[in-house]
Ligand binder design. Structure first.
Ligand SMILES: [Zn+2]
Ligand SMILES: [Zn+2]
Length: 146
């Protein structure tokens, strides 16, 4: 009776907490030891250490430091770049302690990130000296305004 109970418990915990490598199917021996790779899933340490080639810049990186985005293997730097491209809004902070408000407004407008349109400049929440400039991807901005 106790044996049966114990077995049930063990089965339960193993199906719940242990990850399976999404490449070779190996199951981890302790929960949380398999690292997560964006776009790939949890992988075993062996697979995580294999070298993959970034499809954007060609550099070789370990699988665990790479990410998969829309079927492409990317190094961390290129992944960040791609993610940035898809981001619709950007918020930049300016500090009035370092420059006057007028110059912040000017700079927020002049230094808008490429491809983005300034939506608003406003006081940072709960702050007396921080300003936030909000930008929207220009294509989206134009879509909304036409
Ligand atoms: Zn594996
Ligand atoms: Zn790269």
């Amino acid at each position: 009776m106790i044996g049966a109970l114990l077995r049930l418990r063990l089965q339960h915990s193993s199906s719940k907490g242990l990850a399976k490598c999404s490449l070779c199917g190996a199951v981890e021996t302790q929960p949380g030891t398999f690292p997560m790779v964006v776009g790939v899933g949890r992988v075993c340490i062996n697979d995580g250490m294999t070298k993959v080639k970034c499809e954007a810049c060609g550099v070789e990186v370990k699988l665990i430091t790479s990410s998969k985005l829309q079927g492409k293997t990317l190094c961390l730097a290129d992944y960040m770049k791609e993610v940035e491209k898809f981001r619709q809004h950007i918020v930049q902070s300016f500090d009035e302690d370092y420059e006057p408000a007028v110059s912040i407004l000017e700079r927020a407008y002049r230094d808008a990130p490429a491809g983005y349109t300034l939506l608003a400049v406003r006081r940072g929440r709960n702050s007396t000296h921080l300003w936030e400039a909000e930008y929207e991807k220009s294509e989206i901005f134009q879509m909304r305004c036409s």
